[in-house]
Structure formats: structure tokens, C-alpha cells
Design a protein around this ligand. Structure first.
Ligand code: SF4
Length: 268
């Protein structure tokens, strides 16, 4: 199993050499806020929401002093906006009061912030501080179980078992690759098995569409010739950037299709 798991990781590295976090951010504070907002919605929706949010509140001090109703209004498109506003106000005040206005670079500090759990902390550590971490989100959990890398159901136990298979240096990129694959090809409801480059290695082949032509139509984002999730993707991203919120809404109102979103599952 370990050998096959490592082969799948190598294949995924070939399929997604440009795998990256799909939240737009320019500093650790923006990544932390974006990750909190990403609960129960898509990264695309968060990326369409954060430009106005960070223009209004660029620092923890600014956000901690926000009028709650104004903050709620700005993050409304991400859903659960009252609860998320509460977390953002609480974590900004905690950063200001306990960490000198800086995002701490240690897991044990990050998880003391309101609205920040282990998954969010690992995303921030891995992508803003270069500290290896596994992001056990909904895609990660689904795929590693399909591949029989673990039978565990709880995120912390899954994290521990997968961490034992791969060297630490691989953890962050492995997470990106798995999440990329889950969003583009190995969907929750209908995986595109017939268009999946790792099908020969997959014990769950056949769980989804095996007809190559039909499977091809299920592919999303750059694999399906559609815009990605980031408004500012990294330079090596082969797809096109996502549209800003107003442009996407105008396109839909004019009778166009909605931009791609994750297959209904809560995306992280
Ligand atoms: S073969 Fe199907 S189930 Fe397996 S990884 Fe590919 S899409 Fe997912």
C-alpha cells in the first residue's frame, strides 16, 4: 500500500506540477482570514469576496475595529456570515492584543485563535510559513479513503496515518495535489474515472463514469477548459483566472453559465 500510495503521489505531481493553495492571499493575515471564510463555501467565492474586504481592513488592527454589521455585509457572499464575522473580529483582536498584530507561526498558538482549528492552522503554516502540514479537508478525506490509504473517519486520525506514509517534506504539496485532483477529476458524486490519469493505480476505479468521452465532460477548472478558482493564480497556472464577483454575476444574468464550483461538497 505504501509503495502504491507513493506512486500515486508521483503521478499526481506530474498531472498537477502547478498545484497550489487556491485562496488568493498576499500575507499570512490574508491567508488566515480567507481560510476561516472558506468553511462551507468554495475558494472561488472567498476569492471573489476578499478583495473588497482587505481593501477595507488591511490589518488585524483595522479588522478588530470594524463595525460588525459592515464586516458582515462585506463577507455575506461566503455564507454563515454572522458566525464568520464573529470569528474574524475575535481573531483580529487576539492577533492585536496577544501577538503584536502578527499571525503566529506555531500550531499551538494558531489554534487558540477564535474560529481557527487544526485544519486552518495547517493551511496557514504550510502556505504562509513553509512549515509542512497535511490539509485534511473534505476532498482529502474522500480520496485517501478511495485509495485505501486509511480506513479512519476522523480528520486527526486520518492525518496521523497519512503522515506516517510520506516524508514531512511532501505533506504540503501532497495536500495540494490531492485537493486539486478531488476538485477537478475525482469528484464526490461522479468521479471522472474514464479521464483519470491515475486510474491504473486506483482501487476505486469504476466508482464513477468510465466512458472516456462522458468522463471528459465531467472535468473541471483548467482540466475542463474553464476558469480557475483564483483571481490571481500563480504564473505557472495553465488555466485562466477566475472572474470577479460582479463579472460572474453579470455573465449569469445574461444567460451564461455559472462559474465552476466544487461538486456541492463544502470546499476548503
Ligand atoms: S480512477 Fe476514479 S475513483 Fe480513482 S482516482 Fe480516478 S477518478 Fe477517482
Amino acid at each position: 500500500m505504501v509503495r502504491r500510495a507513493r506512486r500515486i503521489n508521483r503521478e499526481l505531481a506530474d498531472v498537477y506540477p502547478y498545484a497550489h493553495p487556491e485562496l488568493d492571499f498576499r500575507n499570512p493575515f490574508e491567508l488566515l482570514v480567507a481560510t476561516v471564510l472558506s468553511a462551507q463555501t468554495t475558494d472561488l467565492r472567498v476569492n471573489q469576496t476578499t478583495p473588497a474586504l482587505f481593501a477595507a481592513y488591511p490589518t488585524p488592527e483595522d479588522m478588530a475595529a470594524a463595525v460588525p454589521e459592515e464586516l458582515e455585509e462585506l463577507i455575506r457572499p461566503t455564507g454563515f456570515f454572522r458566525m464568520k464575522a464573529k470569528s474574524l473580529l475575535g481573531l483580529s483582536a487576539a492577533l492585536r492584543d496577544r501577538f503584536g498584530g502578527e499571525v503566529p507561526g506555531r500550531l499551538e498558538d494558531l489554534v487558540t485563535l477564535p474560529g481557527v482549528g487544526r485544519k486552518t492552522a495547517n493551511v496557514v503554516l504550510g502556505n504562509a510559513f513553509g512549515v509542512p502540514g497535511l490539509t485534511v479537508d473534505t476532498h482529502f478525506q474522500r480520496l485517501v479513503r478511495r485509495w485505501k490509504w486509511t480506513e479512519q473517519k476522523e480528520p486527526e486520525k486520518i492525518e496521523a496515518e497519512i503522515a506516517a506514509i510520506f516524508p514531512k517534506s511532501e505533506w504540503t504539496m501532497l495536500s495540494h495535489r490531492i485537493i486539486f485532483h478531488g476538485r477537478r477529476i475525482c469528484h464526490a458524486r461522479k468521479p471522472a474515472c474514464g479521464a483519470c490519469p491515475i486510474a491504473p493505480l486506483c482501487p476505486a476505479y469504476g466508482e464513477g463514469e468510465t466512458d472516456p468521452e462522458k468522463a471528459k465532460k465531467l472535468l473541471k477548472y483548467e482540466k475542463g477548459g474553464q476558469p480557475g478558482q483564483r483571481l490571481s493564480p500563480p504564473p505557472d497556472y495553465p488555466g485562466s483566472p477566475a472572474r470577479p464577483l460582479e463579472a460572474a454575476a453579470q455573465r449569469q444574468a445574461a444567460g451564461g453559465t455559472a462559474d465552476t464550483a466544487d461538486s456541492g461538497a463544502a470546499a476548503s
